[in-house]
Design a binder for this molecule. Structure first.
Ligand SMILES: [Zn+2]
Length: 189
């Protein structure tokens, strides 16, 4: 894999994200979008009188799974920006019509090569530190049922880390919170 990430400008993306993702034109009719206050929220509304398009900026749902063996948590090293080379809990954005449980199982397989069985729901987090989109992250607890551990797709590496001493370079704040919550709720620390 030899991808060029030179166009990924985190600062620019963060700035754009908070301005309706930078959208300026109606995706249906191509007219200008105008910023209007609707129900107390700033929305981008199509300026054409023949079109009723309104852009609602919503967080993007994502799902993943916490897998712990012998007090070690499974993490993947990110192969793409943002936070390339940082570690995170295996997770990803939901595909259209997917259930979050399906997303979690699929992402685990894609990123770690492992087949997993979800054992329970763990927690839901908001994540506002990804420059591409704000996310709602649903995390499950899971067990490995098969497959061969091998980083692929969005991951450069996959490994288990001591829950008492996780890596410093965790990609997202919500993942850090999840590790802390796991230590508190499941391990009783
Ligand atoms: Zn329009």
């Amino acid at each position: 894999m030899n991808q060029d990430f030179s166009n990924f400008n985190e600062e620019l993306l963060n700035e754009r994200k908070d301005k309706h993702c930078g959208y300026r034109l109606c995706p249906f009719c191509g007219s200008d979008l105008n910023e209007k206050l609707l129900d107390g929220h700033s929305r981008m509304v199509c300026s054409s009188s023949n079109c009723d398009y309104i852009y609602y900026q919503n967080p993007v749902p994502a799902a993943g799974a916490i897998i712990v063996q012998d007090n070690k948590i499974l993490l993947v090293k990110r192969a793409h920006p943002p936070k390339i080379n940082y570690w995170c809990i295996p997770a990803g954005f939901m595909e259209w019509k997917e259930h979050p449980s399906e997303t979690a199982v699929r992402e685990l397989k894609e990123e770690t090569g492992l087949d997993v069985k979800l054992t329970s729901f763990f927690e839901v987090y908001t994540g506002n530190d990804d420059p591409r989109a704000n996310a709602v992250l649903m995390l499950y607890l899971a067990e490995i049922t098969g497959g061969k551990m091998q980083a692929s797709d969005d991951a450069l590496d996959v490994d288990f880390f001591d829950l008492d001493n996780p890596p410093n370079d965790i990609a997202f704040e919500s993942h850090l919170r999840a590790i802390a919550d796991y230590n508190k709720r499941v391990r009783g620390l």
